[in-house]
Design a protein around this ligand. Structure first.
Ligand code: FES
Length: 104
């Protein structure tokens, strides 16, 4: 899939999502400013992104760790927040727009 990422300055980046990458890895490997300090194990929340509410709904329930971490962030938005390291590639995500959450 290809995706559009909006960074914290409002700039748009068109990126390819390669097989075997999580959404966090797409962002990190393309030099976007996410720390991803836990390396993708749902324990740091620095890979927080906002997705379209319809996409979030389609992805289904967050796991317990993800839910708890997100709820602790200031910018948590129940309809739009995801930890990008917990979002796997799928064709259903082709063309989505991903917005980086503010740094905490
Ligand atoms: Fe740490 Fe996603 S990279 S929670």
């Amino acid at each position: 899939p290809r995706i559009v990422v909006i960074d914290r300055d409002g700039e748009h980046h068109r990126l390819d999502w390669e097989p075997d990458q999580s959404l966090m890895e797409v962002l990190r490997d393309n030099g976007l400013p996410i720390l991803a300090s836990c390396g993708g194990t749902a324990s740091c929340a620095t890979c927080h992104v906002f997705l379209d509410p319809r996409v979030t709904a389609e992805l289904g329930e967050r796991c317990e760790d993800e839910q708890e971490l997100l709820e602790e962030t200031e910018s948590f938005d129940t309809a739009r927040s995801r930890l990008s390291c917990q979002v796997e590639r799928s064709t259903a995500l082709d063309g989505i727009t991903v917005t980086l959450a503010p740094e905490e």
